[in-house]
Every structure is written in structure tokens, then in C-alpha cells.
Design a protein around this ligand. Structure first.
Ligand code: NAD
Ligand code: UDP
Length: 335
């Protein structure tokens, strides 16, 4: 079994990916400092996969801790999820974001080099495209200056990996992952008031939050609300298995490859809200508010390159995402 280091593997996307890796016959080695996750996630993974994954509590900015993991396991590849991801917080605490996201990436790469590990899958984000002129965006769309320190850490991370061809990189630009494992045993665990739309919707529907504020209905879009490309976290998780296979097996690839991961479907805030109400048969209290600073009008993917080269395509529908997100929220409330 191939050992794969999964930094940030206790988090939202990481935990779902760990499940898919175990089901695909890989041996994930989770390395996470739990700054935005909880050890309870291990129980959920174990119940789904039938056994516990390897977990080491540690920080990617700590080279000695990283060395001990590479010494303990015959790691062939790394998936690097570990990062701080709150855009607003990155504006108020930029150094913390650069230290964690860039410092952590640099320490990880140095440790990989010390232990002769070349394959890496890097979590990037659609945020690197900023306010793109033409929709849907392809991987060739030029990247404008980042809108936040968070976005800047993703652009820089990509650049660092591109500059050093020792590393065989698959860089994945995620659009908007939502939903949860259909079992409801793992999902997203936002700390405090959620910044993102889907967890706010489920918490408002559960009565845990005030009404959802729709950030702006005066955008130049069909219903006036902003448009994104939401994809099921399980589809996204499966893309990481495809990326590892691509690194191992593709005969024609360059040292740095980048892929958009989305459905290619444009969905507005109002559309998501109404789909949630319809699918789950529950109203979501909401009101219209001002635009949120830094938000782009619309951003959705052309995901065809990932289909051609990774053999990956998002299969699950918006209804699946919203049903699974609600199922997970109900389990959390009843725990
Ligand atoms: P998450 O916060 O749920 O998971 C990240 C995990 O990394 C957490 O478990 C956290 O404890 C861990 N972590 C953070 N800093 C660490 C450090 N220094 N050392 C060890 N562990 C550390 O986030 P997520 O939504 O699962 O995102 C995973 C990755 O995907 C991140 O790189 C994020 O920037 C990127 N991404 C996420 C989204 C999204 O909408 N969720 C979109 C685009 C890109
Ligand atoms: N959004 C909203 N209310 C909220 C949270 C988000 O109207 O409480 C909107 C936000 O303005 C954006 C969309 O939902 O248009 C997706 O926001 P999210 O933060 O989930 O993702 P991102 O901004 O990173 O695309």
C-alpha cells in the first residue's frame, strides 16, 4: 500500500479525501495540528472506512516533527491541505497567514527533499482568478494581483512549486466545495459564525443562527445575487485519488500541472437557497444585505482539462450537496 502524507487531513476536505484514499487502497498518514479540526473526525473516518487511519498531531511549520513522520513511514507522495483559509481573518492577521501557509509549505518541501519525496498535490483555490473577465475560467486565465493575503498565499504557493521542478506537482484549484459524506459521519466543522454560504444556510435552517444575510442582490447576474461553482466535497475528494494516480502513472506530464475542480455549473446565492429549501423541505430565514467587501460577481470553472487529463468529472448534483449538508447538520445538532 502506498503511504501518502496528508497534511491537514483532519479538516473538511482532508477528512473526505482520507476516506476515498483508504477505499482506493492507499495508506494515508494524517498530519494535522488540529488548529481547525477535532480528533472526533477520526471516529467518523473509522466508521466509514472500517478502520482508523494513521494520525500524527503536528505542525507543518515544524521541521523536526515533519522529519519524524518521514522517518516513521515510507511516504511516496504528499497532499498538502494544511492552511488557514478565512479570507477576512487573513486581512487582519496577514503575517499569521504567510507564516502558516507559506512557511508551512516551505518546511514541508524541504522535508520532502531531505527524504527524497517528489510527488505533491497542492490545495489551491479558484480565488487565484479574482474578478476574471471571461466565464467560465480555464487554467490559462491570467491571474490578477490577489485580493487578500489568503489569496496571495495560494498564488505564491503555486509559484513556489512551479519554480522548483524537483517537485512533481499537481496543483488543484478548488471552486466552492460544499456538502458532506452521505453517511453524515463526517462533514464541515466551522468554528464560530460560518463565513461561507453553505454552512451558514444549514445553521440558519437549524435555528442556530440569525437569518442568513444574502450579500447583495444588485449584481449584474440574472437574479442579482453572486454566482459561484459549488461542487460536492466527495467529488473533490475523489479528484485527489485521480491526481495521485496521474502523478504515478501519466507518461506525458510536466513537473507542474494545474487543474480547475468544479462542476462548470453557475449557481447564484438565491438559487442555492431555494434549492436547499426545496430539497430538504425546510425554510431558511434570510434577508438581503449589502455586498461583502472583496466578493467577485461571478466565478465558475471550465473543468474540462481535469476530465481529459485526470479522468475526473464532478458527478453529484446541487441537490445531492444540499441534502448531504443538511443530513450532516442534523447529526451535529443531535449529537
Ligand atoms: P480546514 O480548515 O477544514 O482544514 C485544514 C486543516 O489543516 C485543519 O484540520 C487544520 O487543523 C490543519 N492545519 C492548518 N494549519 C496547519 C499547520 N500549520 N500544521 C498542521 N495542520 C494545520 O480547511 P479545508 O476547507 O479542508 O481546506 C483544505 C485546503 O483547501 C486549504 O489549503 C484551503 O485553503 C483549500 N481550499 C479550501 C476551500 C474551501 O472552500 N473549503 C476552497 C479552496 C481551497
Ligand atoms: N454569501 C452570502 N451570505 C453569507 C455567506 C456567503 O450571501 O452569509 C455569498 C457570498 O457573497 C458569495 C457566495 O455566497 O457570493 C459564496 O460565498 P462563500 O464565502 O461560501 O465562498 P467564496 O466567497 O469563497 O466564493
Amino acid at each position: 500500500m502506498q503511504h501518502v502524507l496528508v497534511t491537514g487531513g483532519m479538516g473538511f476536505i482532508g477528512s473526505h479525501t482520507v476516506v476515498c484514499l483508504m477505499e482506493a487502497g492507499f495508506e494515508p498518514v494524517i498530519f494535522d495540528n488540529l488548529c481547525n479540526s477535532d480528533t472526533k473526525v477520526l471516529e467518523g473516518i473509522a466508521r466509514i472506512a472500517g478502520r482508523s487511519p494513521i494520525f500524527i498531531q503536528g505542525d507543518v511549520t515544524d521541521s523536526a516533527q515533519l522529519d519524524s513522520v518521514f522517518e516513521a513511514y515510507p511516504i511516496r507522495s504528499a497532499i498538502h491541505f494544511a492552511a488557514l483559509k478565512a479570507v477576512g481573518e487573513s486581512v487582519s492577521q496577514p503575517l499569521r497567514y504567510y507564516r502558516n501557509n507559506i512557511g508551512g509549505l516551505l518546511e514541508l518541501l524541504a522535508a520532502m527533499q531531505r527524504h527524497s519525496v517528489q510527488n505533491i498535490v497542492f490545495s489551491s483555490s479558484a480565488t487565484v482568478y479574482g474578478e476574471a473577465e471571461k466565464m467560465p475560467v480555464t487554467e490559462d486565465t491570467p491571474l490578477p494581483p490577489a485580493l487578500s493575503p489568503y489569496g496571495s498565499t495560494k498564488q505564491m504557493g503555486e509559484r513556489i512549486l512551479q519554480d522548483d521542478p524537483y517537485f512533481q506537482t499537481v496543483c488543484l484549484r478548488y471552486f466552492n466545495p460544499i456538502g458532506a459524506h452521505p453517511s453524515g459521519l463526517i462533514g464541515e466543522l466551522p468554528l464560530g459564525i460560518p463565513n461561507n454560504l453553505a454552512p451558514y444556510v444549514t445553521q440558519a435552517a437549524a435555528g442556530l443562527r440569525e437569518a442568513l444575510t444574502v450579500f447583495g442582490d444588485d449584481y449584474p447576474t440574472p437574479d442579482g445575487t453572486a454566482v459561484r461553482d459549488y461542487l460536492h466535497v466527495m467529488d473533490l475528494a475523489e479528484a485527489h485519488v485521480a491526481a495521485l494516480r496521474f502523478l504515478d502513472e501519466a507518461t506525458e506530464r510536466s513537473a507542474f500541472e494545474v487543474f480547475n475542480l468544479g462542476t462548470g455549473r453557475a449557481v447564484s446565492v438565491k438559487e442555492l437557497l431555494h434549492a436547499f429549501e426545496r430539497v430538504n423541505g425546510i425554510p431558511v430565514p434570510h434577508r438581503i444585505g449589502a455586498r461583502r467587501q472583496g466578493d467577485v460577481t461571478e466565478l465558475w470553472a471550465n473543468p474540462s482539462l481535469a476530465e481529459q487529463r485526470l479522468g475526473w468529472k464532478a458527478e453529484r448534483s446541487l441537490d445531492d450537496m444540499l441534502r448531504d449538508a443538511w443530513n450532516w447538520q442534523l447529526r451535529l445538532v443531535n449529537q
